[in-house]
Design a protein around this ligand. Structure first.
Ligand SMILES: C[S@@+](CC[C@H](N)C(=O)[O-])C[C@H]1O[C@@H](n2cnc3c(N)ncnc32)[C@H](O)[C@@H]1O
Length: 219
């Protein structure tokens, strides 16, 4: 009973009431309220988009002039407008060309709520690896000066991820939205002002551009 109460918390109830497909909607709403990563008219890529609550949030923000592409291993549950395209598939095995859908224009924003299936052993490591894989392909997906946010489970490799984010974005930080459950180690790293040239060249420490991680990444 206590477990059910915990799972059906205020965000779960709000999501039901406000017609969101999942309580995760409130995480993106808070991140975007604080950092304005997604704006009207943007072209957005949503990685791990099912059941679809981030798509719902992003669709509202971008409006009719924006476009939205989502990919997930599972199909989404909701109905979306004509400017929203979803793909059922594994992001790590999908080409940038397929995500771009034949368009030359890259995305203004990449958002990821993906989490590898949890095993209880080294989950944070796999989660951080997934973020690093996303970063590796960002130059093929994200416009210069674009923005990004990705879910990660905090663990000992978190400072490495933050260091890389600070290197490839003009501004980077981490936010733990209120809707993340208290016990969860999940947090969202974000970057503003993408610098694609820094992803593959001198990406490691040594060029003097990478700051040491400091406590309290949430700036
Ligand atoms: C927490 S859910 C996302 C919830 C979504 N943001 C929403 O608001 O409805 C994480 C999703 O990531 C997807 N996922 C995990 N690994 C993936 C991968 N390699 N490629 C595509 N989707 C993946 C899972 O299938 C799952 O639906």
């Amino acid at each position: 009973m206590a477990q059910k109460r915990k799972l059906q918390d205020k965000y779960f109830k709000m999501a039901k009431r406000e017609g969101y497909l999942a309580r995760s909607a409130y995480k993106l709403l808070e991140i975007n309220k604080r950092r304005k990563l997604i704006r009207k008219g943007d072209r957005v890529l949503d990685l791990g988009c099912a059941p679809g609550s981030w798509l719902q949030v992003a669709e509202k923000i971008i409006g009719e002039e924006g476009t939205l592409v989502g990919i997930d291993l599972k199909p989404v549950s909701g109905d979306f407008g004509p400017n929203v395209r979803t793909i059922v598939g594994d992001f790590t095995k999908t080409s940038a060309a397929e995500l771009l859908g034949g368009e030359d224009e890259l995305f203004d924003v990449v958002i990821s709520d993906m989490a590898p299936s949890t095993t209880g052993h080294g989950d944070h490591f796999f989660s951080e690896r997934l973020c690093q894989e996303i970063i590796d392909v960002l130059p093929d997906l994200l416009k210069p000066r674009g923005t990004c946010t990705m879910k990660v489970l905090e663990g000992e490799t978190f400072p490495d991820l933050m260091r890389r984010m600070k290197h490839i974005f003009r501004i980077a930080g981490a936010i733990k939205p209120d809707a993340c459950r208290d016990v969860s180690r999940e947090t969202y790293v974000y970057g503003i002002g993408f610098r694609p040239g820094r992803v593959r060249v001198s990406d490691g420490p040594g060029d003097g551009a990478l700051p040491e991680p400091a406590p309290g990444w949430d700036d």
